[in-house]
Design a protein around this ligand. Sequence first.
Ligand code: UGA
Length: 432
Amino acid sequence: MKLCMIGTGYVGLVSGVCFADLGNDVICVDKDLKKIDSLKKGNIPIYEPGLTELVIKNFKNKRLKFSNNLKKSIKDSDIIFVCVGTPTKKGGSSADLSQIYQVAKEISLSINKFKIIVTKSTVPVTTGDEIEKILLKRNNKNKFAVISNPEFLREGEAIRDFTYPDRIVVGANDKKSNRIMNTLYTPLISKGAQYINTSRKAAELIKYASNAFLATKITFINEIANLCEKTGIDVEDISIGMGLDKRIGGRFLRAGPAYGGSCFPKDTKAITSTADKFKTDLSVIKSVIKSNKNRSNLLLGRVFKILKNKIRNKRITFLGVTFKANTDDMRDSSSLSMIPALVKKGAKIKYYDPTGFKKEFSKTKNVSYIDNIKDSVKGSDLVIIHTEWNDFKSINFRNLVKGKKFIIYDMRNIYSPSKIINQGFKYYCIGK
Ligand code: UGA
């Protein structure tokens, strides 16, 4: 099939490349000419394991094209995926849909034959209705169908999540576009993915409800971890004991720092804001947002306690600063609030991250990037494991640094406490 992905951000690029790899002809469009030029050269703007190889392979075999000519790309395609950003509105909590509506206007000028317009971007309930209204201003209703096909890709696991999805949700109000979408996804359905067809509005809400539920699950276990710390219980026993109940499920029950990233913080806010608009109080999700906001302060409080409230001139190392492993994404990472708060109290921070230097800290005084684990922890008073990169999981601290022993605060519970203590280090973790 001939596909056009509008927006070469995370969603558009990963989905576009994966669709091309399934044998479709895909044009990825972006108005950012520099980005398009660098993509054509095989330079990928995001860190995602396996993505570069897949882009180069499909670009070479000509199934994947990059363009900044939106009109032509739309005209040449049968299915148009809208993959532009829906960030939180400045100063508010609802989703900013200006890019979506701008793209809808541009599509409406280029419909030359029947097109399926698919929103892959995360959009609030009824956005599809608004897109349809924009398209109807210039086009007959039998010239297009607007459907919702939310993505459930995790950063760092995106290619795997695309290829082996738990489910494919297609919100199509008409049979014809549902049939076409089903055909498009047949290679994945035949490998076991569940395909469900819902109303367009239901698909829009499935995406928000899923992210809000996962954020709730994480926040729930984080709060249970707080109780475990007070009562001398291991939170991992709780996660296993709860997770084995199939009604609960064991995934996303790992306690840690506040959840972050480009999705959960933004989408939890947006769904409560949409619900408020419909005069419905999503009080559970609102308290999840509040609890998560408070989590970084709570963990900082623990750091102060570990260092006996003497933070001035303490040398603190962060291993990993991104919001989770296998990504270079810093959006809403808890390190963004924790590091400046520690600096404010007089700490000297070093950090190492497998994805390198972070511009987010370039202007913060007393924060320096060290390009290897050994030098980053040398001379430290406290080492904080902030992100669960595999690179950190097998470190033997005793062999790594001779002499001075530091304290380790493992915010991801990646170590066995007894092993670290046997190496002679003081060890703190989450929910134990
Ligand atoms: C999330 C969803 O998992 C995807 O299904 C969805 O498609 C995506 O948002 C999106 O809306 O685009 P992502 O933000 O990439 O994906 O990252 P996750 O792996 O979900 O992690 C989010 C946060 O939760 C991270 O800070 C992570 O460290 C934290 N987390 C996750 C935990 O603290 N504990 C867990 O058990 C799992």
